[in-house]
Design a protein around this ligand. Structure first.
Ligand SMILES: Nc1ncnc2c1ncn2[C@@H]1O[C@H](COP(=O)(O)OP(=O)(O)OP(=O)(O)O)[C@@H](O)[C@H]1O
Length: 246
């Protein structure tokens, strides 16, 4: 396993948000992190990165990272595209990318980022705050691919995007995952179906299920119970969040 999370617990403001998350990320491809709203997906990601106080075990390539500060965790080779995209609105696209360059993470891979997202090259001098939601997401993902990472974590990269842009972002994630394993938080099950080999489902701050993504998505009863989606075709449909581009 590339990443092995065991009994991850997070306590914020006296409230237990995570009670024991177990999660494995394979060395290849996309592992999806699923669960209903509020199940603890984002907190799990933030726990892995050390952005919230946590206990338990988080091993990256066999090395324990749970006691490390965030910069040290990231420095071991984790790229992170947060849910809010973390874009500096008042800086240009080029400046946003440059800020993501990490020392010691190899030569920044601008050629790859510009190949995957030609628009980012064309819009290099545009203020990031004036980009569409989809373009901002491209900056957020582009930043994770700039450095040589062992793992990329993307938190709901298709949320709020128009269907056409969801397709575009999905294609890029698919290509990115050929180069680096991806842990993908995703509500859009069509995207999960397309990208993910395995999935982990959280419920109420715990791991409720893990296994092949195809098996879960093909089991209408399990998908309904674990994810709250309807029977049959509903498990194939885009989530309601994929309607309008922000
Ligand atoms: N900093 C915080 N302080 C207090 N409660 C929090 C904090 N962060 C998260 N929570 C709570 O913890 C629970 C899990 O939140 P989290 O954002 O991890 O869920 P999620 O599965 O990512 O949900 P969503 O799909 O809505 O993003 C929620 O009930 C949320 O309100």
């Amino acid at each position: 396993m590339l990443l092995a999370v065991r009994d991850l617990r997070v306590l914020i403001g006296g409230r237990h948000i995570l009670h024991g998350v177990d999660l494995d990320v394979a060395r290849h491809g996309v592992t999806a992190l699923l669960g209903r709203n509020g199940a603890g997906k984002t907190t799990t990601v933030r726990g892995i990165l050390g952005l919230v106080p946590r206990a338990g075990s988080v091993r990256l390539d066999g090395e324990e990272t749970v006691a490390l500060p965030t910069h040290a965790v990231v420095g071991r080779g984790i790229g992170y595209a947060p849910e809010d995209r973390g874009i500096f609105a008042g800086l240009t696209v080029a400046e946003n990318l440059r800020l993501a360059e990490r020392r010691g993470a190899g030569e920044p891979a601008y050629a790859l980022v510009h190949e995957l997202f030609p628009e980012l090259k064309q819009r290099a001098r545009q203020l990031a705050g004036t980009l569409s939601g989809g373009q901002q997401q491209m900056v957020a993902i582009g930043r994770t691919l700039l450095n040589t990472n062992r793992l990329v974590i993307a938190d709901e990269p298709t949320k709020g995007l128009a269907p056409r842009v969801v397709t575009e972002v999905t294609q890029v994630l698919e290509r990115a995952a050929e180069a680096v394993p991806v842990l993908l938080v995703e509500q859009n099950l069509a995207v999960v179906r397309r990208l993910a080999g395995r999935c982990v489902v959280l419920a109420d701050g715990r791991t409720a299920h893990h296994g092949p993504a195809e098996a879960l998505l093909g089991d209408a009863e399990a998908a309904r119970r674990l994810l709250g989606v309807g029977h049959g075709p509903a498990a194939h449909a885009s989530s309601p969040t994929a309607e309008a581009e922000s």
